[in-house]
Every structure is written in structure tokens, then in C-alpha cells.
Design a protein. Structure first.
Length: 364
């Protein structure tokens, strides 16, 4: 049909124009990066806190050095970064080569190249980083500088306790607090809801609060909200457990934030395929940040020793050195302090089973 052909033609023209624009921008940016890469690498501490350098010489690539400032990566698509500056404005930046992989939550030093655009010239030291394997099995950083891991489980899709425990181990190894979000509880009648929450009963005693929530009915999201003030929290879990729905409810202005992000950087539209950092409302969660992450089917802790894995289980960590054998695997060895604790009710058998599953699969 002619009408359809015409619109297809238009579509192609628009795409071609966009592609040319993108290439122009890319080559301009590349010129800036090339010039920067021939200079001395910048030290992040030199400009931390947005201090202005004295010499406004400007580089050959016309990057005003005096404008270097600190920012936070709020989203990343390949080499393209959405960077929030100190007053909350967003900029589309590309990262100088040899910087490693800045990810969502990273603090960076960046310099504007043109309005709304800039170049990231240094990656500030991280407090911590959460990595997980990509499809090829290689560890990829997902988000940095976190203070809270919120692991979401729901009746649908069927929960994976194995995935939950791996995230909790990751939190322990990162030295970051964690909690369990029991989501989509409106799907369960009171009896099944009780059973669902009973299965999570061992966690609070281990230091992981359980927050029962629903975005579509009772009990609401209050139990989670109380944990967020002042935190940089990331929502983690299988695809479909309701992470983005929680973000939507926790951030009444999420649409606005996504709109600002995509208007400023063109990067906000595919929020389900990459981690994205949002600001929580100052009155609800003073200064807090919330990161939505793409769901995973599996998460694999790689290359840990048994001692490291034990560090990831607080209830095993405290028994370190108390078994008869120093290299006790807590299987069928005599005088195993872990088995004694399980028998006495101090360790949940399910957690020991998860530990064993992880030990067999993951420890070198
Ligand atoms: N009944 C019910 N459905 C929910 C609730 N929260 C989310 N859902 C539904 O669950 C489905 C998945 O929700 P999302 O928020 O997209 O899940 P997600 O964890 O962000 O998924 P990925 O982005 O794929 O990782 C959607 O159809 C939502 O409408 C809830 O509290 N109750
Ligand atoms: Mg999502
Ligand atoms: Zn033992």
C-alpha cells in the first residue's frame, strides 16, 4: 500500500538522519577523547568536590579543564553514560578510554564539551561494586557505591531461594546491608501468604529484615519505605517479581525522572535493560537513591574459596574454627559445630543446604 510505503520511506530517512547525527557526535566526541588520552591521566582526587583548577588553559580538544566536576552515573548504555551533576542536572557523557567500566552509582569526574554533553575523565574510587555474570559467564559490574541490597521475591514467578541466598552472600562479601522484599502478596490468600512469609522466617534473625509488600493491594509498600531514607538501595531479583512496579510506587515522579533522563541524554527509555538510579523524594526518604535493575534468571558467585563462602553466611561465620577438623566441609565429619548448631535449632537446615549447594557448585 502506498501509504505504508511512504511511512516506511519516512521512517528510513529519519533513521538515516539520526544515524548521521549520531556518527557526527561520535566522531566529535572521539576527537575529544583522543586528545585527552594523549595527556596525563587525570587524578580523581584533584577535582573532587568540584574544586576548580586554576589554569584555564583548555586542552587542544577544547575541553575547559576548569569546569571539571564530580558527578554520579545514573545510567549506562555501553560507552554512553547519564551523569547527574552536583545540582541534579543530567548530562550525556562518554567515558575516556582506559577508565574501566563506570556503572550506575559510580562517582566520576567529568567535563562538559557542549551543553548537555560531556566527557568522563576519571572514575572515583568505589566503596563497593556489585557484579554479576553476563550471558557469556564473565563477571560484569552492575552498580557501585551501594549501601543496601533489597532482594525481591514474589509468589510469581516462583521464588528461587537459591538466588536469594546468593544475593545475600554477595551483600555480606561487599560489606553492605541487605533485606528481603516479599512482593506481590496480594496474589495470595491469607493462608498461602502466611506460608510464603513462614519460608522467609529465618532471615530477620540473620540480620535481613523481611518487608511484606504489594503494589496492587494490601499490605502496600510502607514496610519497604521505612528502610530507604538516606540509602543507596538497589532492587534485585528475578524478572517479573515486581521491582520496577515498586520503583514506580516509591517514586511518584518516576515518569518525570525518566523523561528528564531521556530528554537530557536519550538514555532513559530502556530502563528495563540496564540499571537505573533514581532520587527518592526528600520528604519520604531523605536524600535516598533507588536503583532499579534488570531481572535475572540466575546469579552465580564465582571463584570463591570455602572460607569466603562461609563469610557470606553469618551463621556459619560465627562458628569458624569450632569444628574438629580445620577443613571441615560440614557434611558428615565428626564433631562438626555446624551440624551441632543445626540440631540445636541455631542454624536453619535450609540455609545449610544452600551453603552446600553453593560450596559444591562454586568453590574452586
Ligand atoms: N498482583 C500483583 N502484580 C504485580 C505487583 N507488582 C508488579 N506486578 C505485576 O508483575 C509483573 C512484573 O512486574 P515488574 O515490576 O515489571 O517486574 P520487574 O521485577 O521489574 O521485572 P524485570 O524488569 O523483567 O526484571 C507486571 O505485570 C506487574 O503488573 C503486585 O504487587 N501485585
Ligand atoms: Mg523491571
Ligand atoms: Zn563442620
Amino acid at each position: 500500500m502506498p501509504k505504508r510505503r511512504l511511512s516506511e520511506h519516512q521512517r528510513r530517512r529519519i533513521l538515516a538522519i539520526q544515524e548521521r547525527r549520531r556518527q557526527r557526535l561520535e566522531s566529535r566526541t572521539q576527537a575529544v577523547l583522543d586528545a585527552l588520552d594523549t595527556e596525563q591521566p587525570e587524578v580523581a582526587a584533584d577535582v573532587s568536590g568540584g574544586a576548580r583548577g586554576a589554569g584555564a588553559q583548555g586542552s587542544s580538544a577544547d575541553v575547559p579543564q576548569q569546569a571539571s566536576q564530580q558527578g554520579r552515573v545514573v545510567v549506562r548504555h555501553g560507552a554512553h553514560l547519564g551523569v547527574e551533576d552536583e545540582v541534579g542536572e543530567l548530562h550525556h557523557c562518554v567515558a575516556r578510554r582506559h577508565l574501566g567500566h563506570p556503572v550506575c552509582g559510580d562517582l566520576v569526574v567529568w567535563a562538559p564539551t557542549e551543553p548537555g554533553r560531556g566527557v568522563v575523565t576519571a572514575l572515583c574510587p568505589r566503596d563497593n561494586v556489585l557484579s554479576r555474570p553476563d550471558y557469556g559467564g564473565r563477571d560484569k559490574p552492575l552498580a557501585a557505591n551501594l549501601s543496601l541490597l533489597a532482594v525481591v521475591v514474589a509468589p510469581q514467578p516462583p521464588p528461587s531461594g537459591f538466588l536469594l541466598d546468593q544475593y545475600l552472600v554477595a551483600a555480606e562479601l561487599m560489606g553492605v546491608r541487605a533485606l528481603v522484599v516479599a512482593a506481590k502478596l496480594d496474589l495470595l490468600d491469607p493462608h498461602d501468604r502466611r506460608a510464603f512469609l513462614d519460608a522467609l522466617a529465618p532471615y530477620p534473625a540473620l540480620g535481613y529484615p523481611v518487608c511484606p509488600v504489594s503494589t496492587k493491594g494490601e499490605p502496600g509498600i510502607g514496610a519497604l519505605l521505612t528502610h530507604l531514607p538516606g540509602e543507596t538501595a538497589i532492587l534485585l531479583g528475578q524478572s517479573g517479581v515486581g521491582k520496577s512496579s515498586l520503583v514506580q510506587q516509591l517514586l511518584p515522579d518516576q515518569d518525570i525522572q525518566v523523561g528528564r533522563l531521556s530528554a537530557a541524554t536519550g538514555l532513559g527509555r530502556h530502563t528495563t535493560s540496564t540499571a537505573t538510579c533514581y532520587r527518592l523524594s526528600p520528604d519520604a526518604a531523605a536524600g535516598g537513591r533507588l536503583i532499579d535493575s534488570p531481572g535475572v534468571r540466575s546469579f552465580r558467585l564465582a571463584g570463591l574459596s570455602q572460607a569466603q563462602l562461609e563469610d557470606g553466611f553469618p551463621e556459619l561465620r560465627t562458628l569458624r574454627g569450632q569444628c574438629r577438623f580445620r577443613d571441615c566441609r560440614h557434611l558428615d565429619e565428626p564433631d562438626c559445630a555446624v551440624h551441632t548448631a543445626v540440631a540445636a535449632g541455631g542454624i536453619h537446615p535450609q540455609r545449610l543446604a544452600r551453603f552446600q549447594q553453593l560450596r559444591e557448585g562454586l568453590v574452586r
